[in-house]
Write a protein that binds this ligand. Structure first.
Ligand SMILES: Cc1cc2nc3c(=O)[nH]c(=O)nc-3n(C[C@H](O)[C@H](O)[C@H](O)COP(=O)(O)O)c2cc1C
Length: 323
């Protein structure tokens, strides 16, 4: 399970950072793969309302970290943790820019009717701190988080909010924070415990991407579907993206990943190889299965469709065999 934390405070050693780090440490201890993004360090331009995403499904701003990095991480994440200090009843401006730019994902879902397979089971969690004690202190941020989570295809799973947290160190001194975090991470245990199945091929651009997407789409609640390649390509194959869209599945923003990187972060319980042969690293104690699938890269679209259908059938059988 991959937990993405979005840290919105410009204070690197402040209260929000403490809260998010403690949350991610606990999730990691239980077996999750985690990554914290310090949002103010990222170059994220504010949305310009051009509506390009509503028409074409992609953002017109291409030269910043949202397009280069964040969309892909949001799509890969199983859990997105938004962490922010309250600034004027909402998120910090840096985090709000990221939230507004998720309009591209909102457009793909609501304007273009595309289905991100990760949305079947993705969860969103809000962590927020504020200096005052007002009853409505978190109301604005909660609403913003709810709509953000909906746009990125995540259910609002839970929140930890703390009043009267102002100076450096206040969060650390809070009496119940560690117990609160443990309780919140307990609720993620069923997701963490899903069986990890790694689909592996050479470039992680076609076959293993399709298999992961189908496994997430049909069995996200039961299987932690991963994919990687022995020699990852720069980008996923656009013809693959097209034929998956024909099947109603949106694989946009997926990024090829190397097997070495993946196994450094997590250990799968089963590996399904589909063309990497003897190059695929052997992880001891792990069940291996080989799917004999032709490489569709560079072949006509009809060939890609046939491989897609074959993969869909095999994934459905695999899911049935996990019951
Ligand atoms: C620009 C700015 C606006 C703020 N607005 C609010 C606010 O509306 N309500 C509130 O309770 N605290 C407000 N605060 C206080 C912060 O939420 C509080 O100090 C918090 O603990 C900072 O978290 P950090 O250490 O993670 O940055 C504001 C702080 C700043 C700098």
């Amino acid at each position: 399970m991959f937990v993405l934390g979005l840290q919105g405070s410009p204070r690197k050693k402040g209260n929000t950072n403490y809260l998010l780090s403690a949350f991610l440490d606990e999730a990691k201890k239980r077996g999750a793969e985690t990554l914290a993004i310090h949002v103010p360090d990222k170059h994220i331009k504010p949305c310009i309302g051009c509506t390009n995403c509503e028409k074409k499904g992609v953002c017109s701003i291409k030269d910043d970290d949202m397009t280069k990095e964040i969309f892909a991480l949001l799509r890969r994440a199983d859990v997105v943790v938004v962490a922010t200090p309250i600034y004027f009843y909402n998120a910090t401006a840096q985090l709000k820019a990221l939230i507004d730019r998720s309009q591209t994902l909102w457009s793909r879902k609501y304007k273009l009717g595309l289905t991100d397979p990760g949305r079947q089971d993705r969860k969103g969690i809000l962590l927020a701190v504020g200096a005052t004690r007002g009853k409505n202190l978190f109301e604005g941020m909660i609403l913003t988080a709810k709509y953000f989570f909906d746009a990125i295809g995540a259910d609002f799973h839970g929140k930890l909010t703390y009043r009267r947290i102002e100076d450096f160190g206040d969060m650390k001194k809070h009496e119940t924070v560690m117990a609160d975090i443990k309780k919140e991470v307990d609720r993620l245990e069923p997701m963490i415990k899903r069986r990890k199945i790694l689909f592996a091929c050479r470039e992680n651009a076609c076959r293993s991407q399709m298999a992961k997407a189908f496994a997430r789409y049909f069995a996200g609640g039961k299987i932690d579907a991963l994919s990687a390649g022995t020699r990852p390509a720069e980008n996923i194959n656009p013809i693959m993206e097209e034929v998956m869209r024909e099947s109603g599945i949106d694989v946009a923003f997926q990024k090829p990943r190397s097997i070495d990187d993946l196994v450094a972060q997590t250990t799968p319980e089963m590996v399904i190889t589909m063309g990497c042969g003897e190059e695929c690293p052997i992880i001891s104690g792990v069940q291996y299965e080989e799917w004999d699938l032709s490489d569709p890269a560079g072949k006509p679209i009809e060939f890609m469709r046939n491989v897609r259908d074959e993969i869909e059938n095999r994934v459905k059988h695999l899911i049935d065999s996990q019951e």
